[in-house]
Design a protein around this ligand. Structure first.
Ligand SMILES: NC(=O)c1ccc[n+]([C@@H]2O[C@H](COP(=O)([O-])OP(=O)(O)OC[C@H]3O[C@@H](n4cnc5c(N)ncnc54)[C@H](OP(=O)(O)O)[C@@H]3O)[C@@H](O)[C@H]2O)c1
Length: 358
């Protein structure tokens, strides 16, 4: 029995959710290219191929999905999180690959925002293929494509600020120790999060006090095959040669950038699109004041210290009316701790988010 149009639409919605997952699964490995996911449905709506962007120089998501689907793509539908490109970079145009693969319909979440790669939908339509653009666009834009889109729109990397705090908002005890505020589960989540980023950033204060390694490791402490760039912002050259950040476990960039914006520009030029800002309170405050934090992740532990560094340094705010407000996106229990994900809704600095909302 052949699938009804309603069945097919349902299959396409499932395929789009899967395409978003596929894109998210390669975050941290594709920059400066976007982390795209694609699913090919046969003409009866059966999923017959899926793919995600390979590291730069490798196949794009559509090409990988088409390779898996082979002849079963003919007369079928391609479901993609980003409009297929129409230009030849290190790989050929994805629009041409879809035409050659014989699909009769292409469903796209986000239209290609760059002129360079644009025109894919037009090229597909010219070849007689039905194209629908903008399907579940918001979910794709907020997901794996968010960092890349920030890069396109603002020419800077996307910044996730992460901190572990006690219930009274302390990130270190009075003697400077901060190991460990949170339990194993939250710490394992940090390693998974690092793996989705192109760079992990700390200030010289954290580097000197904690001597962190800032690598991605599994539960047994084994190093992951791919490591994000480790970055320490050390304007006075205080980092000692013996620092663990300078070991061979991962590449490291010691920056003398004077401001967060300068640092982001420096990293953007190195193809970094997604940053995990891991500390400490002084550097985090500088980013917040500059309006350069896109997402905040706080791991809150049910402990009290009563003294010690607080979550964030001086924001230049002296009255309640000027408080920097954030919107809670989600709240997830993690072992004995809680993860709170937030987005700033009002910045003291930069003006791009100044009027609330996100
Ligand atoms: N619980 C957590 O999640 C967590 C995370 C990180 C750190 N910590 C704790 O935080 C404490 C360290 O705090 P911290 O505030 O000294 O660490 P930090 O923010 O990592 O480092 C501060 C230093 O960063 C440098 N820096 C570079 N660019 C800057 C900029 N644009 N604006 C301001 N400073 C800039 C400054 O030194 P230069 O002028 O020399 O460059 C400054 O002294 C430690 O006790 C550590 O354990 C806790």
């Amino acid at each position: 029995m052949s699938a009804t149009p309603t069945d097919l639409r349902g299959r396409e919605a499932d395929a789009m959710a899967r395409a978003r997952e596929l894109g998210a699964s390669v975050l941290g490995t594709t920059s400066a290219n976007p982390a795209v996911g694609a699913v090919i449905l046969a003409s009866d709506g059966t999923p017959v191929g899926e793919g995600a962007t390979a590291p730069p120089g490798g196949p794009h998501a559509e090409v990988a999905a088409l390779a898996q689907a082979g002849e079963r793509a003919r007369g079928g539908t391609a479901v993609v999180t980003l409009e297929p490109c129409a230009h030849t970079g290190r790989t050929g145009p994805c629009a041409d690959a879809l035409i050659a693969g014989g699909v009769s319909r292409v469903v796209v979440a986000v239209p290609e925002p760059t002129e360079l790669a644009g025109g894919g939908a037009e090229r597909l339509r010219a070849a007689g293929i039905e194209v629908e653009v903008g399907v579940e666009r918001g979910a794709a834009e907020e997901g794996a494509l968010a960092a890349w889109l920030t890069g396109v729109r603002e020419q800077r990397p996307f910044v996730i600020w992460k901190a572990a705090a006690t219930l009274d908002g302390r990130v270190a005890a009075a003697d400077g120790t901060s190991r460990w505020i949170t339990g194993e589960e939250a710490r394992a989540a940090v390693h998974r999060l690092r793996a989705t980023c192109d760079a992990v950033v700390v200030g010289s204060g954290t580097a000197l006090t904690d001597d962190p390694q800032l690598t991605v490791r599994d539960a047994e402490g084994r190093l992951a095959g791919r490591q994000p760039l480790r970055v320490v912002v050390d304007r006075r050259g205080r980092l000692p040669g013996t620092a663990r950040l300078l070991d061979q476990a991962a590449p490291t960039h010691v920056s003398r950038a004077g401001t967060p914006a300068d640092l982001l520009a420096e990293l953007f030029d190195r193809d970094v699109r997604r940053i995990l800002l891991e500390g400490g309170p002084t550097l985090a405050a500088a980013f917040l004041r500059a309006g350069l934090v896109d997402e905040v992740l706080v791991h809150l532990a049910p402990t009290l210290l009563g003294a010690g560094s607080s979550l964030v340094g001086d924001l230049g705010i002296s009255t309640m009316a000027d408080a920097l407000s954030l919107r809670i996106v989600d709240l997830i229990p993690m072992g004995g701790d809680v993860q709170i994900r937030l987005v700033p809704t009002r910045h003291t600095g930069g003006d791009q988010h100044a009027d609330g909302g996100s």
